[in-house]
Design a protein around this ligand. Sequence first.
Ligand code: AMP
Length: 189
Amino acid sequence: MLNIVLFGPPGAGKGTQSAKLIEKYHLVHLSTGDIFRANIKSATELGVLAKSYIDKGQLVPDEVTIGMLAGEVNKNPDAKGFIFDGFPRTQAQAKALDELLASKGTSITMMLALEVEEEELRKRLLLRGKDSGRADDQDPAVIQKRIDVYNGETMPVKEFYQLQNKYKGIDGIGEIEAIFNALCAEIDK
Ligand code: AMP
């Protein structure tokens, strides 16, 4: 299986690149943010809970997120592989993902990390907020909180994969197509 963690701060381009990667490599795309937003839209219990964190720019608790992600992986027993987009965001999530995949006789192939500096992220998120309708992209304080949470809680996940020699950093600034080609070059190596 080809199992990719697409990593990077909010606004790095993970959603855009995931869409292109699943088409080329026929992978199942699991975006925890998208799944939470779908649950918010249909007002499920999970959605109501997730919204209370998302609106503040905080992470949804690990037990909830890990349980949901495991359910989604289990729903796709015939997948050729997965792109994990926006997951794992904590070391506990990374460990849980390793264990889940190991129980299925597979593992993470690599972490592809889109590297974009903070100033550019703030600009991109505010711009996205204008058309996406995402409340968390429209409030500069919530955007800053998400960047801070990324730096504090999510950055250690990079180290987790570096220790396994699976971390690949990619410059996330430039044309979408050029970044996509750089990602494919790492996958095809
Ligand atoms: P995203 O669409 O990836 O930017 O995620 C939007 C929001 O959903 C985040 O700011 C978090 O509040 C929540 N979220 C998404 N993925 C996770 C995760 N792996 N762990 C905890 N919270 C998450």
